[in-house]
Design a protein around this ligand. Sequence first.
Ligand SMILES: [Zn+2]
Length: 163
Amino acid sequence: MSVSNAFGGPLTCPVCGTRTEGVLPGASTKLLDDAEQFDRVLRAGDRIENLDHRDLEQVYYVVRPVLGRSAARALERWTCPHCQTPGWFVITYGDERIQSMEAVELTRSLLQSVDYLSLDFFDEVFSREPGNGFEHFAQPDSTRMWIPGRVKPGFIERLPLPA
Ligand SMILES: [Zn+2]
């Protein structure tokens, strides 16, 4: 049975500077896939038994395969509970652990530096307000930019994001 687990801080909001120690609103994962761990909150430093790239490929879009590398970076969504700003954080997985979690600004170079994108990524990006530069990536068009499970080469370069 598949369950969703929360992520927990500490995470510092890049917008308002507030450090959140508890559960991160809007952030969850099905990575554990174990009903007995339904109430577990995942934090930096936590060990995840037998974690490897195949598990990560089940819960993220693959930007680039991590086969043969020990660490992988994944972009996740959250909302700062203090200023309510929807944002992003990067989780580094490696050696069957969450090695670190860091709040980030969404830029093109950031996207080019991660191995995995949250399955929420496209919903989030394409549902933004009109006038923000994303409107010409309307849904029918955007579906051509990734194939199931994998982000197409050149997609990130076309996103209207700050460098
Ligand atoms: Zn904030």
